[in-house]
Design a protein around this ligand. Structure first.
Ligand code: NAD
Length: 482
């Protein structure tokens, strides 16, 4: 049990009102920490800290700032096992996943952006009589707001490019998963990053998060979270002309063409549906299968998913841990109930698993497969964000594309086929920001990441992140000498 504090101006401190919020391990129901319930006054202090630090941080060269990112990466790497354990305890995710995905990516995010920024070339456009130099300047103060499903992975994905481009930061992690953000603040303190450059403020979204978005001196908001929250963020930030990036929800289609080798791909297809208990924005929660292979696909999927081990997240063999909270499990269960009302049939799961006493209060839910739903039903078009997948048949490829495009979301999709040319031609017709063919969540950090429609605004990743976290300035110089 730890009492987490804010990290403002190089100091760990309580919120001004001294109020706290309890934080629980969702797999056991145990209280594991308290965090400050910060208010706009704490945000003001963080803004003051940024204001003081801003000038000297912005004057460093990109390669000097890259060195700071490398120092942070090295320390994070030393604490790899701490990151993995804290992430597992805080979110309920399997420790193996916390190691391979969360802890690994958090380190590589810092290394990747350090290296990319150092080698970034600023553009020049030569005219007959003048030279245009396009330079990247820091935006100023960056408000970074992140969700609970991949806590440090997503926070570091924003912190690294924001820092290297010379911004000062006010980070606001999810109130449900504060542990690794706090660990990052400890590391940043240990390596001696100039005070005020990175500030971490904990609290509720509608209080502390809202205060970040509303503050007139915070110039940029990078938000990852739900679509409904994204709307509030956009509505608040837009009239102030803040730079804004929104990475929101998804209802991603997995399209299985008739030539798919089901046996060799079923593990990856199941992973795309159930990784992190289905709590990844990219999870393929609607599987569209060609009718000629529907029965054999369903059989293989059910066979594989029924072998997935659910239970103690800290057990090395566990494949499915708990959901983020009992409240969230209730929301997911309400969709299973709705699916039945909408004419669906639950062919696997749908229940709370029977686990030993230690996990009796945990937010566990069996992986659930539902068939027989109309592709336009609410269950098949709304984001559930849990271990629930719906399966739909299609005959013509055009039908698959129409079904895939029929939700308000447009984040990602995957297509499974031996005919990669056909796969690519289908991909181009999908209204999503990302498509994987014969793979899923296969990430090259240089490529654009983000969605269209209600899945968000803007792109993260590689140079797209570096551009977002900087202001372009064109300097046109005409030589005045004879
Ligand atoms: P959420 O929207 O409830 O919360 C996200 C963050 O916003 C939290 O830190 C929260 O405290 C804060 N917040 C809440 N209200 C706010 C307000 N009025 N102003 C400012 N901040 C506020 O989302 P969640 O439940 O934490 O995360 C799950 C959602 O995130 C899912 O919809 C998922 O698809 C989405 N997500 C998207 C991506 C992506 O890259 N597109 C990645 C991960 C998660």
């Amino acid at each position: 049990m730890i009492n987490i504090q804010n990290y403002i101006n190089g100091k760990f401190i309580n919120s001004i009102n001294n109020e706290v919020i309890e934080n629980y391990n969702p797999a056991t129901g145990e209280e594991i920490a308290t965090i400050p319930r910060s208010s706009p006054k704490d945000i003001q202090n963080a803004v003051n800290a940024c204001e003081k630090a801003k000038l000297s941080w912005s004057k460093l060269s990109i390669s000097e700032r890259s060195k700071w990112l490398d120092k942070i990466a090295n320390e994070l790497e030393k604490r790899f096992e701490d990151v993995s354990k804290l992430e597992s305890i805080d979110t309920g995710k399997p420790i193996s996943l916390a190691r391979t995905v969360d802890a690994t990516r958090s380190v590589s995010n810092f290394r990747f952006f350090a290296n990319l920024a150092k080698n970034m070339k600023e553009k020049q456009f030569e005219m007959n009589d003048a030279m245009n130099n396009v330079i990247n300047k820091p935006v100023g103060i960056a408000g970074l707001i992140t969700p609970w499903n991949l806590p440090l992975y997503l926070l570091s994905w924003k912190v690294a490019p924001a820092l290297v481009m010379g911004n000062c930061i006010i980070a606001k992690p999810s109130e449900l998963t504060p542990m690794t953000a706090n660990l990052l603040a400890e590391i940043i303190d240990d390596v001696g990053l100039p005070k005020g450059v990175f500030n971490l403020v904990h609290g509720y979204g509608n209080e502390c998060g809202q205060a970040v978005v509303e503050h007139p001196e915070i110039n940029l908001i990078s938000f990852t979270g739900g679509t409904e929250t994204g709307k509030i963020v956009a509505k608040t930030a837009a009239p102030m002309f803040k730079k804004i990036s929104l990475e929101l929800g998804g209802k991603n289609a997995t399209i299985i063409l008739k030539d798919t080798d089901i046996k060799s791909n079923i593990k990856n297809i199941a992973k795309s549906a159930f990784l992190n208990q289905g709590q990844v924005c990219l999870c393929g929660s609607r599987i569209l299968v060609h009718e000629s292979i529907y029965s054999s696909f369903l059989e293989e999927l059910l066979k594989y998913v029924s072998t997935m081990k659910i239970g103690d997240p800290l057990n090395e063999d566990t494949q499915l841990g708990s959901l983020i909270s009992c409240e969230h499990r209730e929301k997911v269960e309400s969709y299973i109930k709705l699916a039945i009302e909408e004419g669906g049939e639950v062919v696997l799961g749908g229940e709370r698993p029977k686990l030993n006493e230690k996990f009796a209060n945990g937010a566990f839910l069996e992986p659930t497969v539902i068939i027989g739903l109309n592709h336009n039903s609410r269950t098949a078009t709304e984001e559930i964000f849990g271990p629930v997948v719906t399966i739909h048949k299609f005959n013509e490829i055009d039908d698959a594309i129409n079904i895939a495009n029929c939700t308000k979301y447009g984040l990602a999709a995957s297509i499974w086929t031996q005919d990669t040319n056909l796969g690519e031609s289908i991909a181009e017709r999908l209204d999503t920001g990302m498509v994987w063919i014969n793979c899923w969540l296969h990430r090259d950090l240089r490529v654009p990441f983000g969605g269209v429609k209600s899945s968000g605004l803007g792109r993260e990743g590689g140079l797209y992140s570096l551009q977002f976290f900087s202001e372009l300035q064109n300097i046109c110089t005409m030589d005045n000498t004879n």
